[in-house]
Design a protein around this ligand. Sequence first.
Ligand code: SF4
Length: 218
Amino acid sequence: MYIRRMETPKNPLSLNYRIREGLSRLAMAMRVDEWERAKAIGLNPTQLAILTLLEGRKGGLGVKEIAAHLGVSQPTATDSINALGKKGHVEKRAGQGDRRSIGVHLTPAGLAALRHDTEGQLAEQAIGSLDDGEQQQLLITLVKMIRHLQEKDAIPVQRMCVTCRYFAPFVHADEERPHHCHFVNASFGQRELRVDCRDHELADPSSRAATWETFETG
Ligand code: SF4
């Protein structure tokens, strides 16, 4: 008997490829948001990203670290920092231990600019279209992907719970609040996992691996 074979496309698009296509569309909307928000306070997106990065970093950051976090060259970061300095949004200070090291710090004017609220953020609306469970699952998925990139040294250390020495995953029986933060000594739930916590302290590699295994297996 003749069996008609199913036709297969010559160039099948993998799920991985289509997810990346989807993420790039979201990134596009986020770039539009960033332009709008930056424009509203008289900055460009790189300058806004620097202010955002410096918020909550009491010790400031060096130019090299800023460039690495933003994925830009050091001269580009330097130009943006100088422009922010002229506007009074950041200032350079000598390090307390090493006077030769210079840290870039957010000023009160920079913090005020950052607090400026912009209406109608596209990405916020898109995330808001997901229900609670979908938002929580998306957060966990993002944490997993960011952690992967971090462990591969593809991006700088992100201040996430899953890499923090204060994080104890799944230590409470309460399904709504199974995790514990030893910094504030309180339990919390999956949807409260932090991606950029100012109190974060990086755990050592073996603790990070053990914490991640417990977190993943739940
Ligand atoms: S200090 Fe911040 S990053 Fe660390 S476990 Fe607590 S909430 Fe998470």
